[in-house]
Ligand binder design. Structure first.
Ligand SMILES: *Cc1c(COP(=O)(O)O)cnc(C)c1O
Length: 436
């Protein structure tokens, strides 16, 4: 993989987070009123700012690039091919966790030589496909998987570039469901097993280094320091045993500030990389998903009904947990803005925003800063560019909602709405058959 160091130093946009502006009271993105997009594609929908996405990539590259750290986007955070293409064009690599994501990354123009295959449960077919296209690296998470990769490489007559994913036993101090680096988690290989596995790898495997990923939406940078220190110690041990270590994959997980606020400092993040693994003469990469795309996206929804509630009014919107799962899954809160100028000071009460789905977890939380809300109002959920559309489903036979990409003064649809007709097409029954 080309280290980001060799790329031209990109310009940093200071307003990466402020691409949503009021113009004449109406919420606009790069001069495009979100209300106009709503009329064109219907609600709910996701909208991404291409300039914001580029600015996030530029800011991260400016921070870690000088250390020779390459940036690989974690495709699972926002896997729309047009978003991937935007990043691939900037020279960004891709971290994938399935064969499907690999096809997306390749189709988006990311060369195989910049693709890293992560994940705890790769199938034989997926491993085979990755080796056939010449993926940069396979991050292996267990001795059993190591055997499988060796077996497939032998069949294909190739040598597989492998990094071992270390479980550093570090608590990332984030939501339990997105903590992945503790010893009781399903991810990675305990540090004490690494040296033997690395040393005894069969000849079909080219052991290139180590990888780690301790969780997501990490706001406290210290767990990164702990995890990367574990990697650095292992590199020294492996080298002391005469083994060759060329690469470290430092993982993703860098968080964004809660409620639209400032998150961890990029300079601090880069400094910890320099302090822990900087002097080891290694090819380094990071795998951010959320940090690159969360702030570059919004989800827009329409208010269907309001009714009085106990402590807060109940505001039923047309988006639900199938469209944006994060609040139901991780208790996440998204900063919300009205598309109209807020009607403040009119005796407005806090609103509990809920979706139409018949589950009490279909609840986006209570907001008291939206002003009076009435039926037909449009709301923008901020920080929705990561793990939003990518996690959406058709639960309750609801549509897969559209995604649009915004540039200066214009927008285009990048995923069309998929509705009940499309779903029923998949359910045309096949002939009765006898099994085996
Ligand atoms: C999910 C994941 C990432 C990205 O995590 P973010 O919190 O979105 O940065 C990176 N690497 C691996 C292995 C992952 O599973």
């Amino acid at each position: 993989m080309t280290a980001a160091k060799s790329l031209a130093r990109p310009r940093i946009h200071e307003d990466a987070e402020r691409w949503l502006d009021r113009e004449g009271g109406k919420l606009c993105a790069h001069g495009v009123p979100l209300e106009g997009i709503a009329s064109a594609v219907g609600t709910p929908f996701y909208a991404y700012s291409a300039p914001a996405l580029r600015a996030r990539h530029a800011a991260l590259t400016a921070a870690v690039g000088p250390l020779g750290v390459a940036v690989c986007f974690a495709v699972k955070a926002c896997s729309n091919i047009h978003v991937l293409a935007e990043l691939a064009r900037l020279g960004c690599g891709m971290d994938i966790v399935s064969g499907g994501e690999m096809r997306r990354a390749l189709a988006a123009g990311c060369p195989a030589g910049r693709i890293i295959f992560s994940g705890v449960g790769k199938t034989r077919a997926e491993i085979r496909a990755a080796l056939e296209v010449g993926a940069h690296q396979i991050n292996v998470e267990s001795p059993a998987e190591l055997e499988m990769v060796a077996e497939v490489a032998r069949e294909l007559g190739v040598q597989a570039p492998v990094a071992l994913r270390v479980n550093p036993d570090v608590d990332a101090h984030t939501h339990a469901k997105i903590t992945t680096g503790r010893k009781d988690s399903k991810f990675g290989i305990p540090s004490d097993q690494i040296p033997a596995l690395y040393a005894d790898a069969p000849p079909e495997l080219r052991m290139v280094g180590l990888a780690v990923h301790i969780g997501s939406q990490i706001l406290d940078l210290e767990p990164f320091r702990q995890a990367w220190s574990v990697l650095a110690d292992l590199v020294r041990r492996l080298r002391a045993a005469g083994l060759r270590v060329d690469r470290l994959d430092l993982g993703g997980g860098l968080g964004i500030g809660a409620d639209g606020g400032a998150g961890p400092d990029l300079a601090g993040y880069a400094a910890i990389i320099a302090q822990t693994v900087g002097g080891l003469d290694l090819a380094l990469n990071v795998e951010p998903g959320r940090w690159l795309c969360a702030r570059a996206g919004v989800m827009v929804t329409e208010v269907l009904y309001c009714k009085p509630g106990e402590d807060a009014d109940v505001v039923v919107v047309d988006a639900a947990m199938n469209d944006l799962m994060r609040p139901a899954l991780y208790d996440a809160r998204h900063p919300i803005r009205t598309l109209h100028p807020p009607r403040l000071g009119t005796g407005s009460r806090p609103g509990r925003l809920v979706g139409p789905i018949c589950e009490s977890s279909d609840d986006f939380g209570v907001y008291d800063d939206l002003g009076q809300i009435i039926r037909g109002d449009l709301l923008a959920f901020g920080d929705a560019g990561a793990y939003g559309a990518a996690m959406s489903s058709t639960y309750n036979s609801r549509d897969l909602i559209p995604e649009v990409l915004i540039e200066e003064g214009q927008f285009r649809i990048i995923r069309h709405r998929a509705g009940i007709r499309d779903l029923l097409k998949l359910e045309q029954g096949g002939p009765w058959q006898r099994a085996g």
